[in-house]
Ligand binder design. Structure first.
Ligand code: SF4
Length: 397
């Protein structure tokens, strides 16, 4: 039965939650081989994409207090902060200087900020940085806005969109099974609200992605249920919202350093991460764009992930504060050169994309890596090979 499930997935057939659960009991190389084959079929087999962007955390003050979070502060702690518009503009100018195209802007759930802070901030960014896309506010923040600002969800999203919001990142997905969420963070947004908010965002044409974090001690069945829930929402969005579903899927492992879960939640090893990534590729038959995670896994495991179902290397971030606060690999950003190197070295063509996973440029690999054009190493083809580059750019780092 277990081997038949793998054959079914390889044929492109949809797996039930029960069948997905069986995959965890198969040798990883077998699952990975099917995952890589499906990845080659469902996204450009030669290309691995990434985004030049910046994370901006406008405030670390948060009233939710998740047990797994080392980022948040109470307003009374000396290192709590809220950025003003000029400080945020300065960060965006740094992004513009390296050719970046979007900011991923999230905060804690700060009870002191009025709606006008957010709408004014969106307008300020659009006025001063018109080429930058703004993907901002986790479902947790949106839920708080709903509860605090006297607007229903439609009115709230319309207000934010009118002010300049382009997308709503799907942060806070973790495991969308409330039994797991209640243990990890009792005050955390529940799965029903997470889907309700992302569904409304998709209906209104906003960018969204789906996410997953493993390592809370969740069961394989709960992981499978999480994947099926995301797949169901994707089906609905593709069917009812003109194809505006989740643009991609990002998955990483729980980091617990400096958190209340340290020593209590098991986390996940590299093997588990790669296994989960491969199974996600098999389960999410309606999601072509699956990301590798270098902030949680480091560059080396993230590079390996390109043979376990991943087709995308995420983004440069320039400044990552949330995963790194709880451990990660002590890296808050990646340079274009680093991402180009690990993608090229794995045998794929690096491509710079926008947040909707549309390719906007192919970096000149030899130039970015400082290689001579006749250097054979630059022409090496392991898994994907190099293709003609229709729009070569020299991406600085
Ligand atoms: S994960 Fe987000 S909501 Fe939870 S405590 Fe941290 S900042 Fe607040």
């Amino acid at each position: 039965m277990t081997a038949e499930v793998l054959q079914k997935a390889a044929a492109g057939d949809r797996l039930s939650a029960e069948e997905i659960e069986l995959l965890y009991h198969l040798p990883l190389p077998q699952v990975a081989a099917v995952a890589h084959e499906l990845r080659l079929q469902r996204s450009d087999p030669q290309v691995v994409s990434f985004l030049i962007d910046r994370n901006i955390n406008y405030s670390n003050i948060c009233r939710v207090g998740c047990n797994f979070c080392a980022f948040y502060r109470t307003r009374r702690q000396s290192d709590s902060y809220t950025l003003d518009y000029d400080q945020i503009s300065a960060k965006i100018r740094e992004l513009e200087a390296v050719g970046g195209t979007r900011i991923l802007m999230q905060g804690g759930v700060n009870p002191d900020l009025p709606l006008e802070y957010y709408t004014g901030l969106l307008r300020h960014i659009k006025a001063n940085h018109p080429s930058i896309r703004i993907d901002a506010f986790s479902p947790e923040e949106v839920l708080f806005f709903e509860q605090s600002f006297g607007l229903n969800l439609d009115e709230l999203l319309d207000t934010l969109i009118e002010a300049g919001l382009d997308g709503l990142p799907g942060a806070g997905g973790e495991i969308l099974v409330d039994e797991v969420r209640a243990k990890a963070a009792p005050a955390r947004i529940r799965s029903q609200d997470w889907f309700r908010i992302l569904d409304a965002a998709q209906r209104k044409g906003l960018y969204t992605i789906s996410t997953m974090v493993i390592g809370f001690g969740e069961t394989y069945r709960q992981r499978a249920d999480h994947l099926v829930s995301i797949r169901d929402q994707q089906d609905k969005a593709l069917r009812e919202y003109g194809g505006n579903g989740f643009s991609g899927f990002a998955m990483w492992t729980l980091q617990t350093e400096h958190t209340r879960l340290h020593g209590k939640a098991p986390g996940a090893t590299a093997h588990e991460y790669l296994q989960q990534l491969a199974i996600a590729r098999l389960a999410l038959d309606n999601q072509p764009n699956i990301q590798a995670s270098w902030p949680a896994q480091g560059f080396k495991v993230a590079q390996s992930a390109l043979y376990y179902g991943a087709s995308d290397m995420g983004s440069t971030m320039l400044e990552e504060n949330v995963v790194s606060a709880a451990g990660g690999h002590d890296r808050h950003s990646a340079t274009v050169r680093e991402l180009v190197r690990i993608i090229d070295d794995a045998g794929f063509t690096p491509a710079i994309r926008n947040s909707r996973f549309q390719i906007i440029a192919y970096p000149d690999v030899a130039q970015v890596l400082g290689r001579h054009a006749d250097n054979n190493e630059a022409q090496r083809s392991v898994g994907g090979g190099l293709v003609a580059q229709p729009q070569a750019v020299s991406a600085s780092d």
